[in-house]
Design a protein. Structure first.
Length: 269
């Protein structure tokens, strides 16, 4: 399955975080063993994810899997749990008995809660025990339900965040910059965004590198490609590249290739 092109959500259940964490976490999710068996016909399968610069926890509740990150392959054992930044294309090669619990953070959200610069995670597979207490991970694994797992981790994150509020200024500026870019039809330049935030280009550049781990230009180009491609897949007849700051369809097509490594013609959308 390929993210955006295919409906990978059909084998997962999702829940949004509580209001206090909504700015920092996109969602909690957990794959369904029953749905996986139904849709994957008890066959091994691959999930391909495109760059999003969203730190992600994968807590393994099922089988071992293979992870391909930056052209390097990792063998993740059934008892192993990982953290990745998703700054590049990621592929998970799964057995039919795959069962994974996911926490997907917003850009900068992981740093706001844990105080660990997001940029340090680029191109790495980090053992989750380096971030979460081992006892907490084991308790999450022993719990029977998705809702209880989510509640346990939410309470932990809330306590962590209370200790990190003093460092939230960078995150708030980056969040506002991302909102400004979206509200500006994804056409604003870095200079225009800085002007809207009463800041300098240099300040916005430094904040993005500190919080997201990449430059504003790189992040915004990724965000635009993800957003536009998602809308194109939903309804290509109504899709207009001008709604996302592209000059024309050719400009959009080139960005899709740059973003996914594939041409649209290679996928039936």
């Amino acid at each position: 399955m390929v993210e955006i092109f295919d409906n990978i959500h059909k084998i997962y259940q999702y829940k949004a975080p509580c209001a206090e964490l909504a700015d920092y976490i996109e969602f909690f999710s957990e794959s369904s063993y029953e749905a996986t068996g139904r849709y994957m016909a008890n066959q091994g399968f691959t999930v391909k994810l495109f760059p999003s610069w969203t730190p992600t926890f994968w807590i393994n509740l099922g089988s071992p899997y293979q992870l391909l990150l930056d052209q390097q392959r990792y063998s993740i054992k059934s008892e192993e749990d990982v953290l990745i930044l998703r700054n590049t294309i990621v592929e998970r090669h799964n057995l039919p008995t795959d069962h994974i619990f996911t926490v997907k953070f917003s850009p900068g959200g992981f740093e706001a809660i844990f105080g660990i610069p997001q940029a340090q995670l680029a191109d790495k597979v980090v053992g989750l025990h380096h971030v979460l207490p081992f006892q907490l991970i084991q308790k999450v694994k022993r719990i029977d339900s998705f809702e209880e797992r989510m509640e346990l981790l939410q309470n932990f994150f809330l306590n962590m965040h209370k200790e990190k509020k003093a460092k939230s200024h960078y995150f708030n500026v980056v969040k506002k910059a991302i909102e400004t870019y979206g509200n500006g039809n994804m056409e604003y330049s870095n200079g225009e965004i800085a002007k809207e935030l009463f800041a300098t280009n240099k300040t916005i550049y430094r904040y993005f590198n500190n919080v997201v781990g990449t430059t504003p230009k790189n992040y915004f180009s990724t965000l635009r490609a993800r957003t536009a491609l998602s809308e194109y897949v939903i309804d290509k007849k109504l899709f207009s590249p001008y709604d996302y700051g592209y000059y024309d369809m050719s400009h959009f097509y080139k960005d899709v290739v740059k973003f996914t490594g594939k041409k649209l013609i290679e996928h039936r959308v």
